[in-house]
Write a protein of this length. Structure first.
Length: 271
């Protein structure tokens, strides 16, 4: 009898039999430039008025240097985008008027299966993956993934969500990716991966004498990216049994944070 996969959802609907991780609204601690004021439903006051959170207030004051009556791009988490007008700046609070007038960006038709990277790399990778428009991500175990990586505080749901929020703000997007954690490789690959990947090509980025990666695809794709040093032969064999085909990306050995945007830019036709 096959073991149940231990994957769990960090955002969005959890797959059947998997326990999701949930969180409330959190405040991103990192002060960095944002291309979109991403409003959470909890920030709604009444009518078209919204109260900015402390990080957004700091950005409006110190980066955008807006005064009452001026405007900037904004969006509603999970909803549309539009223009926000600063209505009131009082003490440490800012109120804006905002009504969405356009839909969120179209998602990239790419699902990402990635071996859990080093904790410091994970932050940047999640921001980049989200800003590229990837909406379905699984972080999976691998023999070359240090066990301590699964114990890092960086895997807490609110911290993962924070990084994805930063990616949305960067790309002027509003829809968070569905993120699953799969700390057990074999059960997830055997019991869950086929259904999760769905239709479309299944590409395994792996060094060796393999066909060159396809390019400028517009149809659904699932991309499997291994850890530093690549997947083991056993892991490659298991992924191939689930329909993944090995493709080469050249002779250079790249860090995962460098390889991911390069792979996505090669494989997909970015909107």
């Amino acid at each position: 009898m096959r073991q149940q996969s231990s994957a769990r959802s960090v955002h969005g609907a959890a797959p059947r039999h998997h326990k999701p991780l949930f969180w409330g609204a959190t405040r991103c601690a990192i002060i960095r430039a944002m291309n979109l004021l991403l409003l959470h439903p909890d920030q709604h006051l009444h009518d078209a008025l919204w109260r900015l959170n402390p990080r957004q207030c700091t950005h409006v004051r110190t980066v955008l240097k807006l005064v009452e009556g001026q405007q900037c791009r904004a969006g509603l988490l999970g909803g549309g985008t539009g223009i926000a007008i600063v209505k009131l700046i009082k003490n440490n609070e800012i109120t804006v008027e905002f009504k969405p007038d356009s839909q969120a960006k179209s998602p990239l038709p790419l699902s990402l299966l990635m071996a859990l990277p080093r904790p410091k790399m994970l932050k940047r990778i999640l921001i980049d993956a989200t800003s590229l428009g990837i909406k379905r991500i699984v972080l999976i175990n691998s023999w070359k993934v240090d066990k301590s990586y699964w114990q890092t505080p960086n895997l807490k749901a609110d911290l993962l969500r924070e990084k994805m929020i930063l990616g949305l703000e960067q790309a002027r997007d509003t829809r968070l990716p569905e993120l699953l954690l799969a700390p057990r490789f074999k059960p997830f690959v055997e019991d869950t991966l086929d259904k999760w990947a769905g239709s479309g090509q299944r590409i395994l980025a792996h060094p060796g004498d393999h066909p060159t990666l396809p390019c400028d695809l517009a149809e659904p794709v699932t991309l499997a990216v291994g850890p530093e040093g690549g997947w083991t032969d056993y892991e490659v064999d298991m992924l191939q049994q689930q329909g993944f085909a090995c493709h080469s990306f050249g002779a250079r050995i790249l860090r995962v944070e460098t390889a991911l945007p390069a792979l996505v830019g090669r494989i997909m036709r970015l909107p």
